[in-house]
Structure formats: C-alpha cells, structure tokens
Design a binder for this molecule. Structure first.
Ligand code: AMP
Length: 393
C-alpha cells in the first residue's frame, strides 16, 4: 500500500510516501513559504533532489502540485493509487488516546482544540482539508503528538493549581513528541521481543524524556505546552512562573511576547550566546568558551534530573534510549550525561559511543542500565498507524 505521511505547518507541508508493509520510503519532500512570496518545493527521489519555484497560495495548491508530480514522475498512475494519508496533528487534548480515521466529527474536535495548540492545530487542519478537497475518497488518519501520553495517571498529569483550571479550562500536562516516543517503545519491543522499562530521550532542538513501562507512557517531561521540561535549543524548559509577570512589568511586553521569548530566545541559545545548534555549542565547549561550558553543564544536569526522576518512577529503568538530532549524533552529550550515572554502575562503551552513525547498544556488558542509540522515525510511525487503521476498516 502507498501511504503518504504528512506534516502541515502554517506555511509548509512536508511529505513522505512510504510503501507498507515493506516500510520503503519512495519519495519525500517539502513545500515551503506557502501563502508567502518566494514559495517553492523540493522533492527527493532516487537519490536526487529537485527544487522548483512556484506560486503556492495555500495548502490546497501544494497538494494539487504534489499529486500531479507523483503522477508525472510515474510514482502513481492516478489519484486513486494513493491508499491513505496520515497527518501529524499536534494536539488531541484528552480525547484521543490513539490515531483515528478522520471524519467530520474528528475535524470539528481538532478545531475545538485550537486554543490548546494555537500555532499547530489550525495548520494541521488546513492540511487535512486540502487533502480532502483533492482526494475526497482517500482515507485520512490523524496521528496526534499527545496521544501516546494519554496513558499517564492523574498523579502525573495534574498540576497543583486550583482544580477548576483543570475542570473548566483543561489545564493539565499533555506531553508532546508522542509519535517519536511511541516509535521508540514499539521498535524496542520489536528488537527485544518484550516490553522493558525504558527512558526514551528525544533530544532534538525541541526535547523531551518519556518514562515507558509495558509499552505505555508513564510520565513525560513536556507539559501543557512543549515549553515545559528541561533546557532545549531555544526553549527555557521549567521556570518559576512568577518570572513572567515580573519581566512583563519590567519590559512592557505582553504575556504572548514573553512566551515567544521563552520559546524562541531562551534555552541553549540564551545560555551559550553562541547558537541553538548543538554542533556549534559542542565546538565552543571543546574550545573551553566559558558560557558554552556552563550552558552544556546546565543542559546535562537538567536532563540528568529528569532521568533520575524517571528511574525512580520506573523503580529501576532497564534501558535508556537516545534519539533525535542530538541524541542520535552527539557522543559528547551522551557521554557527559551517562557519566553522571557512573556511581550507580551505568557505563558507556566509549569506543561504541564515539563511532559515527552508531545505532544499537553503546553501554558495556556489565552496565546496570543498558544504553541504546535508536534513530526515531515519526514519518514511518504515522504511515504505520494509517496503514493499520485502513486495514482494520
Ligand atoms: P531535531 O530537532 O531532531 O531535528 O534535531 C536538531 C538538533 O540536532 C540541532 O540542535 C542540531 O545541532 C543537532 N544535531 C544534528 N547533528 C548533530 C551532530 N552531528 N552533533 C551534534 N548535534 C547534532
């Protein structure tokens, strides 16, 4: 079956066409600057990347061009050849525990959740509606970034705030990166043949940890929004909330502007003064730039705090899994972090850890917790959920 995995942003649309059950990526690409001057798209096929500039007034224009390209490139014979479309949707609130075939009711619910995901859900829905317009008979599936975390207990997801904030305004922890953590949980089960107690460390520009038991999320570090948790590329992670009204008064900024500062101008970017890109920070760290050394030490300490918390919550994790841009590529971050747990017998095989592009186990034989590098694949997870739901119908 040919399944298209889609991630629609406010001015972009990323796609990957995957053949299932073979898990073969056929073609992928991105439409960018949708609704803005200078729009273009890129397509990667058979090892080649093409780029074309074209006017894209809206997401529907992008979908039309995409479908026609797939036919022109003889990847599909007709629109009917596409068996399903899986859409990444940021927020499923506390309604969706799993992916779901999109019906008009699901569309309404995604719209109802706009206040919880104001930047993403509207764009995700625009993508869904564009595909529905061009491919009215093709099944479409919503895969929510929050769904995997819906197994959290109230003891994990409630905040200690007035209960009516939760009851009336849905203020609670939702967690994000669920599709990635779910992929890690499933892949680890596939590799090991059974569910183990895992701490999945999705360390990218955005980053979160997830404590997984019996293949289910027990707790995760992001919260009501992706701003919560530990220090990220440009996000602050957890801070004292009283800082917000204090800085609003000092700067005359609005709450929304402060939240933008916390999302875009904070984290490793603010601490290092160098960059939000871990490659730049690592270089400065190795050159002993004092701010980058301090930033890196803080980054590691904050993640180690969450790791310790989840180790306790799981009553002894069996696996620590590193994934996403930093987790998959930074042997320095992995070493600094795992060295914090040497005192309890968690040990890295330094040679394996420093092998470029390593996947698999990087801990020593006698390490008390096994440490693994496993590349995440959210596009495949979206396609697999879509394939499974279509075949269940
Ligand atoms: P993601 O959000 O998963 O795309 O990850 C993006 C982050 O991964 C950026 O901060 C990159 O600097 C980081 N990254 C990518 N490649 C490397 C690398 N080779 N070493 C260290 N960090 C990397």
């Amino acid at each position: 079956m040919e399944i298209l995995s889609v991630n629609a942003g406010s001015s972009s649309l990323k796609f990957t066409l995957i053949e299932l059950p073979f898990e073969k990526v056929v073609v992928s690409g991105t439409f960018e600057k949708i609704g803005i001057d200078g729009s273009f798209y890129t397509i990667k096929y058979n090892g080649e990347k093409i780029k074309k500039e074209v006017e894209l007034k809206n997401h529907t224009d992008a979908v039309k061009i995409l479908m026609n390209e797939l036919i022109d490139m003889k990847i599909l014979d007709s629109y009917d050849d596409l068996d399903g479309v899986g859409h990444r949707v940021l927020h499923g609130g506390d309604t969706y525990f799993d992916s779901i075939i999109i019906t008009p009711e699901v569309e309404d619910k995604i719209e109802e959740l706009f206040p919880l995901g104001p930047l993403h859900n509207p764009a995700n829905l625009a993508g869904i509606r564009s595909f529905k317009e061009i491919l009215p008979n093709t099944p479409q599936v919503a895969v929510f970034d929050t769904a995997f975390h819906q197994t959290m207990d109230a003891e994990e997801y409630l905040y200690a705030v007035p209960m009516e904030w939760y009851e009336k305004f849905s203020v609670r922890k939702y967690g994000f990166h669920g599709t990635s953590h779910k992929y890690i949980a499933q892949k680890m089960r596939e590799i090991l043949g059974e569910d183990k107690k895992i701490i999945s460390c999705h360390l990218g520009n955005g980053a979160s940890l997830c404590a997984i038991k019996d293949g289910k999320c027990v707790d995760t570090s992001m919260g009501f929004t992706p701003l919560a948790g530990f220090i990220m590329g440009t996000r602050s992670g957890d801070i004292d909330p009283s800082i917000i009204p204090y800085v609003m008064e000092k700067t005359n900024k609005t709450a929304a502007e402060i939240v933008t500062d916390l999302n875009k101008k904070s984290g490793m970017l603010a601490l290092s003064g160098v960059s939000s890109d871990m490659r730049d920070i690592e270089e400065a760290y190795l050159n002993k730039d004092p701010r980058s050394v301090r930033a890196m030490n803080m980054y590691i300490k904050h993640i180690a705090n969450y790791l310790s918390m989840y180790n306790t919550l799981l009553e002894g994790a069996e696996y620590i899994v590193f994934t996403a841009g930093v987790g998959e590529n930074s042997d320095i971050v992995r070493k600094l972090l795992i060295d914090k747990f040497k005192f309890m017998g968690v040990k890295l095989d330094e040679e394996k850890n420093s092998t470029r592009g390593i996947t698999g186990e990087i801990s020593t034989e006698d390490s008390t917790i096994k440490v693994v590098v496993l590349p995440t694949n959210e596009e495949l997870m979206i396609a697999k959920d879509t394939y499974d739901l279509i075949n269940k119908e």
